[in-house]
Design a protein. Structure first.
Length: 177
């Protein structure tokens, strides 16, 4: 047993020395050549934290379904007529009203490859192309489309991929109605 541990330790030590030595051998002696190949990064980077998002649904009563395979968003329960706010300022990209699926829904383009979808809305207060701010409601919670109760289905789309909205959510205190 002790023999195996000492062999593993010796081998690990050898690998550490070998990787350190290979780094020293393969580094170019002319450090100016490395500096000349580094390109400046002059692209704007958007840093997002929970504080950069507003409260989407001030009157929510809970989360009935979370993000998982087959459900690309989060379902937030709330009474019918509760106001729905965008998580960030943006522009209304599209709206739809279907009997099945999402019912009345709105997609907001927030820029930097980020969009949000709000679905199962009872009323929509905005129009396509309209600039929206986080302090003005998009509409109200409803029961349109394929749903079993009043809730907001919300998705976040980053670079055309659905991502878990929970880290982006700014939800106030749960209303115990």
């Amino acid at each position: 047993m002790f023999e195996k541990k000492s062999i593993k330790s010796a081998f690990g030590g050898f690998m550490s020395v070998a990787s350190l030595a290979s780094g020293l051998i393969f580094l170019p002696s002319n450090q100016d050549a490395i500096a000349a190949n580094i390109q400046p990064f002059n692209q704007e980077v958007a840093i997002e934290t929970k504080r950069s998002f507003s409260n989407v649904l001030p009157e929510y009563t809970g989360i009935s379904q979370s993000f998982h395979f087959g459900h690309p968003g989060i379902d937030i329960t709330a009474p019918v007529g509760s106001k729905i706010y965008p998580i960030k300022d943006g522009t209304v990209e599209s709206m739809s009203n279907t009997y099945w699926n999402y019912g009345r829904s709105v997609v907001i383009d927030h820029g930097n490859g980020m969009k949000t979808l709000y679905a199962h809305m009872g009323k929509i207060f905005v129009e396509e192309g309209q600039v929206v701010t986080a302090d003005k409601p998009l509409g109200e919670v409803g029961m349109t489309g394929k749903t079993t109760g009043p809730h907001l289905h919300m998705e976040i789309i980053k670079s055309e991929n659905r991502v878990n909205p929970q880290p982006y959510m700014a939800l106030g205190e749960k209303n115990p109605r």
